[in-house]
Design a protein around this ligand. Sequence first.
Ligand SMILES: CCCCCCCCCCC/C=C/C(=O)SCCNC(=O)CCNC(=O)[C@H](O)C(C)(C)COP(=O)(O)OP(=O)(O)OC[C@H]1O[C@@H](n2cnc3c(N)ncnc32)[C@H](O)[C@@H]1OP(=O)(O)O
Length: 390
Amino acid sequence: MALAGAVRCWRLGAGPSSLQMQALSLHMSKTAMGASQKDFESAMNQVKLLKKDPGNEVKLKLYALYKQTTEGPCNTPRPGVFDLINKAKWDAWNALGNLPKETARQNYVDLVSDLSSSDSSSQVKPEADRKQPGYETLVVTSEDSITKIMMNRPAKKNALTIQMYREIMLALEAASKDDSTIIVLTGNGDYYSSGNDLMNFMNIPPGEMEKEAKNGAILLRDFVGCFIDFPKPLVAVINGPAIGISVTILGLFDLVYASDRATFHTPFTHLGQSPEGCSSYTFPKIMGQAKAAEMLMFGKKLTAREACAQGLVTEVFPDSTFQKEVWTRLKAYSKLPRNTLHISKQSIRNLEKEKLHAVNAEENSVLQERWLSDECINAVMSFLSRKAKL
Ligand SMILES: CCCCCCCCCCC/C=C/C(=O)SCCNC(=O)CCNC(=O)[C@H](O)C(C)(C)COP(=O)(O)OP(=O)(O)OC[C@H]1O[C@@H](n2cnc3c(N)ncnc32)[C@H](O)[C@@H]1OP(=O)(O)O
């Protein structure tokens, strides 16, 4: 069973009460005697019903215990250094040494039982009830005429995977048609987003790099295009540091509220990459040529207050009261006449749309070429081999 297969489908299937029942029955069977093959199979099904992503560490543990139970001690060669995901999986399995199959099976059942219990109790939270289904990397909720799209990979600082770009596009598309007045993009955990997930550059078969760079540029064009064309007021609630593309698209938002813990960083030159998100056009317009160059060319990291002084951020709030103050403000705004608000947005933005789409196309074609450069490949490899951090 692949790791992804072991943990996919969190939100399909049973509701809270049935999950609780299954967790309870797993718990009872494990305490009465050693876990049976039937308990193990039931636990494998239970894993697929978990709604909360347990995080990579737990997923690796589940994978390792599964392999140990079904195949015994690790018996395959260690994957190559650049095959990072399979290497992590192999390491987790290998770390179990000669653990007997029966013990591994019991540990697997116990772990799933614990996960199911905490998953069931988390489901009674009101926000979980409002959560829109169908997203794996986001939590999308609607309340008080506000649709909130929350990036939800806190353990990875909300780095944007290919799936996440696609899900954000889908969520925006749905929000443009729902009955909300305002749409918010925010992050779960201590980061707003650390930008493009550098793993997007990995596992590209030899000879496929050019094709993948082309696909990446198309994805990016469509992603940024959704923000350019978005018809309703878009608000960024910047709960923590923001990097790369999560910063550059801010010029396409209508309001940007930031915690005073947030920072804004576009280190493209360090990464052998070039500006995207229409920032080559919006940043000089917002903050002037000289300040834009310092950020986009020289990678100067701004504090929230500096970003506010330069017009990229609308307002900064103390972190301790950030969520309360921002949501009180947004709830008040969401009561404004909806159609008038949307028409005002069109008036402010429509004149620029054609220009923005042209800038988007140009930026992506430059970036597509950059991704194939040694400077970019070396920077990505450096991060992934843990030699470099921003
Ligand atoms: C062929 C090409 C196809 C490409 C297709 C792409 C399509 C669109 C591309 C759009 C262009 C966008 C460009 C950008 O956004 S550039 C910015 C990229 N971001 C970075 O370079 C940030 C890298 N991360 C860091 O420097 C640090 O992680 C950070 C400072 C953010 C936090 O440091 P800290 O020490 O606090 O925490 P950790 O490093 O331990 O992070 C926790 C775990 O999260 C992982 N992580 C974080 N950020 C990223 C990231 N951007 N990509 C991948 N992984 C990330 C980190 O590795 C840790 O994971 P583990 O716990 O597993 O070790």
